[in-house]
Write a protein that binds this ligand. Structure first.
Ligand SMILES: Nc1ncnc2c1ncn2[C@@H]1O[C@H](COP(=O)(O)OP(=O)(O)OP(=O)(O)O)[C@@H](O)[C@H]1O
Ligand SMILES: [Mg+2]
Ligand SMILES: [Zn+2]
Length: 454
């Protein structure tokens, strides 16, 4: 006698999707604490065998008809997607709640629509009047943007099966669920199933798919990381909601560079491209020299970006000295301080150090090292740094200043913005010429500090 089949459950990590047989406090894969929740394990689908359906083609035979993509014309958006959206391409846009994801995709939808493309915007979070209200504020006409309010996966796939949209947007993937599972929307199983089905349809029918995923710090909802391996391109929309600028950053891209970023400013009329980012992040007017402030240059992807790095160094009163970093990694700061103490003899262990990148940008480029160290040394010694000087270079553990990528772009950006001098790694010096700016090449940390604040 067959007993009723018992549903198998397992514990899934809401951050990375890893499956665990038993509950544990910390995820085995991504080491996040308290991220496991119990869910039903989806039944293995019966393998559908459809003999003879698979087409075998050589690369030369594959039609290149579907290779021409579409652009929004919003340069900051297109570049991050690898230049264009291709038919069948799947994109995940992740971001914190309220950061502006719906605004971004609505503006992109309008741009595609104006190019004559049919767009389907599936919203599970907002009512149609709410979408209309936002559209009015953003001056979105949406003559070719069809909006449906739907969260049922089967309904969505049936709409898609008998229509021919060029671009399909799902806002957000965490609201979509399949009636075939009884786990609630937003769980790892539901979110993965919905994504898999939509991605398969996108590839089969050739529409470009844009999924929005909320970043969730804790709780029951599966975050976008769970889906990163399923889609072609993953971008995160980030920024500080208390500030106006937003950064679109590609973290995975099957069709383009991942180093690219796009910069926007949030206005009441919507997101506006930041066309001249260096001018945006440098506080405008040429300022008087200050101690602890250094202008640094980094290349994020192909674009040069000049930002101000600030440091404040004060004697530590008791106990462990404080290290607080804004915009750069704390461990990175600790490492740089160790190099500064060891290679240049500054007494860092007896000082509190606060470092921040002005504007609150989060930067990971090693080319920022020398500017951070210069700002710290300047604050410690109370010696100002010339405000028309740019400092660029990676600093190694033995204090050597290493070459950075795309230095020529930084030189011309600095010259364009009126900087008079630029400190750069000696190994970057050959073949560089610019008669508007003095190029000062340095080999190691000590000689750089001697030259800048000596
Ligand atoms: N009238 C307005 N004027 C200026 N800015 C506004 C206005 N209304 C909304 N915003 C901005 O838009 C942001 C919300 O944008 P949006 O709804 O696109 O974000 P989201 O990431 O989709 O949010 P959610 O997580 O709720 O889906 C707000 O944080 C605010 O900065
Ligand atoms: Mg939204
Ligand atoms: Zn995990």
């Amino acid at each position: 006698m067959a007993s009723p089949k018992k549903q198998r459950t397992a514990f899934f990590c809401t951050q990375c999707g890893a499956e665990h047989a038993r509950w544990q406090g910390q995820c085995r894969e991504c080491s996040v604490w308290n991220s496991l929740i119990e869910e039903r394990v989806p039944d293995k689908k019966k393998a559908k065998s459809r003999p003879g359906e698979i087409r075998k083609q050589t690369i030369a035979e594959i039609s290149s008809e579907k290779l021409s993509g579409f652009q929004t014309g919003i340069a900051e958006f297109d570049r991050v997607l690898g230049g264009q959206l291709l038919p069948g391409m799947t994109v995940l846009i992740g971001g914190d709640p309220g950061i502006g994801k719906s605004t971004l995709v609505l503006q992109a939808a309008e741009a595609y629509s104006r190019q004559g493309l049919d767009v389907l915007y599936i919203t599970g979070e907002e009512s149609l009047p709410q979408i209309k209200m936002r559209s009015k504020r953003l001056a979105v006409e949406g003559s070719r943007v069809t909006v449906i309010n739907c969260t049922d996966l089967e309904e969505i796939t049936s709409v898609l099966a008998d229509s021919a949209f060029a671009v399909v947007i799902v806002d957000s993937i965490q609201t979509v669920s399949s009636g075939q599972f009884d786990s609630p929307p937003g769980t790892v199983g539901q979110v993965r199933e919905a994504t898999n089905q939509l991605v398969t349809l996108a590839k089969a029918q050739g529409f470009a798919l844009i999924l929005i995923g909320h970043v969730t710090k804790e709780g029951m909802v599966a975050g976008p990381k769970v889906l990163e391996h399923i889609v072609d391109t993953v971008v995160y929309f980030e920024g500080d909601s208390s500030r106006l600028y937003r950064v679109l950053r590609a973290v995975k891209n099957r069709f383009g560079s991942v180093a690219e970023i796009g910069l926007f400013e949030m206005k009441s009329s919507g997101l506006e491209e930041v066309v001249n980012p260096s001018a945006f992040f440098l506080s405008g007017e040429p300022h008087t020299p200050r101690t602890g402030a250094v202008v640094a240059g980094v290349c994020e992807g192909h674009r040069p970006l000049l930002v101000e790095v600030q440091a404040l160094v004060t004697p530590a009163t008791y106990g462990n000295p404080q290290r607080v970093a804004g915009g750069i990694d704390n461990k990175k700061l600790a490492l740089l301080l160790a190099v500064l103490e060891k290679r240049s003899g500054y007494p860092m262990a007896t000082h509190d150090v606060f470092v921040s990148v002005a504007g609150g940008l989060r930067l990971t480029e090693p080319g920022l090292d020398l500017a951070i160290l210069t700002a710290i040394a300047s604050s410690l010694t109370n010696k100002p740094v010339a405000s028309d000087m740019l400092v660029v270079g990676e600093v190694g553990l033995s204090g050597e200043v290493r070459a950075v990528a795309n230095i020529d772009k930084l030189v011309s950006e600095a010259a364009k913005l009126g900087f008079k001098a630029m400190v750069l790694p000696e190994s970057n010096r050959p073949n560089l010429t610019n008669d508007q700016i003095e190029l000062i090449s340095v080999r190691d940390l000590q000689s750089a500090l001697d030259r800048i604040i000596g």
